[in-house]
Write a protein that binds this ligand. Structure first.
Ligand code: KIV
Ligand code: ZN
Length: 511
């Protein structure tokens, strides 16, 4: 008999806490649909008490998703739990996830509460959450640095109060696999009512051990793992979903459990999350990196050609690498376009939105003979980004670069209701364009990251550019795509400026 391992995806909540990764309501819906297709068991859609926007995003995901449980995070207080309960009202299956810190340093320095008060508040929170939902998860934040006796006491109390899942977070990514596995085993053995709850883990990757710690916990009885697509998340991120799922699947002989994930949806999910958040995937990233299944050395290639299992433990197509289908071309009509968007889970609300996206598609198809799903995803992301009350808009641009000459750029940009024009020199065409844009916007932001990736293969592929800007402690990511990477760079820079300009204020659950 193999147990079921519940996959709890927190890309839309912990992933979103990654600086610069915040997502709009529509972006969350698109990712949630893909997670549902991936057959994730639980989707943590956000922290409803953070802001009205976050509340609406969780509510929209809850109203859209039918086949996965939708979860909302709440600190252990009345207001947060009521907001989460309301946001989940339309969910087919909804879960409230409430938490409070339990390590001595967090209780004393952050909460300024005595351990007895923490237990009392946790119990009260779980009881209130149960009045909204039968499915309630409780997390003792910073469990990895909490005292074992106190953990046993508070967890026994919250299970008695009605918590159905107990999630043990290694919030700061401090523990070692053997130690973390031992912690799960000890908690399950010492807590008298431990069999009344599902045991879950939530590991951060500060020491690069999030996946190893999660798997060690699975070997010691954890039956839910919290993870994110591409390992996105606070600081160094969370355990990566694709690595957990494929480890358990590839080593069926070792793990006593299995997931219900449709692994062929992993790569499309990875690309979607990376495109929407502007967090590129490193080429050597396990499972979803561009090189994960590439064999460079002659010896490896020879072995793989004779028998793929000499060097391959998984098949690229099993995790969705072969899904890169040619879908549409220059002659495709509006209906084919709309139908394909539907098939990949994109619904453009209004007829105007379909018309605008179709016009962009035609424009792209004039420059690129083959249009893939990834191109469509990017096109729709850009279209969605364009509607959010943009302050800055790229009207036109021109660059000149020639060997032995200093590159120049001319940019015409909309700023509010005005159209402005600037020229600049630069060390390269991208530098010249950024300087011209900056001379119009005058943001004074620091450029922290500039990266270019090809969305699909071929020299006519669209370049996907990510620009990360920092200003006064706030970090934003901008993304842009175009068959001309200098134009893509300008779009990405302007997208980041618009995000800085929008100044969306939201609370962080753990601060
Ligand atoms: O890392 C953490 O402790 C969390 C909790 C809210 C579960 O994200
Ligand atoms: Zn976390």
């Amino acid at each position: 008999m193999t147990d079921k391992l519940i996959i709890f995806d927190t890309t839309l909540r912990d992933g979103e806490q990654s600086p610069g990764a915040s997502m709009t309501r529509d972006e969350k819906i698109r990712i949630a649909r893909q997670l549902e297709k991936l057959r994730v068991d639980v989707i943590e859609a956000g922290f409803p008490a953070a802001s009205n926007g976050d509340f609406e995003a969780v509510r929209a995901v809850a109203g859209t998703i039918r086949d996965s449980i939708v979860c909302g995070l709440a600190r252990a207080n009345d207001n947060d739990i009521r907001r989460a309960g309301e946001a989940l009202k339309d969910a087919n299956a909804g879960r409230i996830h409430t938490f409070i810190a339990t390590s001595p340093i967090h209780m004393e320095k952050k909460l300024r509460m005595a351990p007895d008060q923490v237990v009392e508040q946790a119990v009260k929170a779980v009881k209130l959450a149960r009045s909204f939902r039968d499915d309630v998860e409780f997390s003792p934040e910073d469990a990895g640095r909490s005292e074992i006796d106190f953990l046993c006491r508070i967890l026994e109390a919250v299970i008695d109060a009605g918590a159905t899942t107990i999630n043990v977070p290694d919030t700061v990514g401090y523990t070692m696999p053997e130690q973390f596995g031992g912690l799960i085993r000890t908690l399950r053995e010492r807590i008298p009512n431990s069999d009344k709850a599902v045991w879950s883990v939530h590991c951060h990757n500060d020491l690069g051990l999030a996946v190893a710690n999660s798997l060690a916990a699975v070997m010691n009885g954890a039956r839910q793992v919290e993870c994110t697509i591409n390992g996105l998340g606070e600081r160094a991120g969370n355990a990566s979903l694709e690595e957990i799922v494929m480890a358990v699947r590839t080593r069926r002989d070792f793990f006593p459990c299995e997931t219900r994930i449709d692994a062929t949806q992993i790569v499309p999910a990875s690309k979607l999350v990376s495109g929407i958040t502007g967090f590129p995937v490193q080429p050597n990233k396990a499972i979803v990196g561009a090189n994960a299944f590439a064999h460079e050395s002659g010896i490896h290639q020879d072995g793989v050609l004779k028998n793929r299992e000499t060097y391959e433990i998984m098949r690229a197509e099993d995790v969705g690498w072969s899904q890169n289908k040619l879908v549409l071309g220059k002659l495709s009509g509006r209906n084919a376009f709309r139908q394909r968007l539907k098939e990949i889970g994109i619904e453009l609300g209004s007829e105007e939105a379909v018309n605008a996206a179709f016009a962009r598609f035609k424009d792209l198809a004039d420059r690129k003979s083959e249009i893939f799903d990834e191109d469509l995803q990017m096109l729709v992301s850009e279209e969605a980004g364009n509607h959010e009350g943009e302050h800055y808009k790229l009207v036109s641009m021109k660059t000149h670069s020639e060997t032995g000459e200093t590159p120049t750029a001319t940019v015409v940009m909309g700023e509010g209701t005005h159209e402005r024009h600037a020229e600049s020199l630069g060390s390269g065409p991208v530098d010249a364009v950024f300087r011209a844009i900056e001379s119009i916007a005058g943001s004074g932001a620091e450029l922290q990251l500039f990266s270019v990736n090809a969305i699909t293969g071929g020299t006519d592929a669209q370049g996907e550019v990510t620009v990360r800007l920092k200003k006064e402690g706030r970090i934003v990511n901008g993304a842009g795509a175009d068959t001309d990477i200098v134009v893509a760079s300008a779009k990405a820079y302007i997208n980041a400026l618009n995000k800085l300009y929008s100044k969306l204020e939201r609370a962080h659950p753990q601060v």
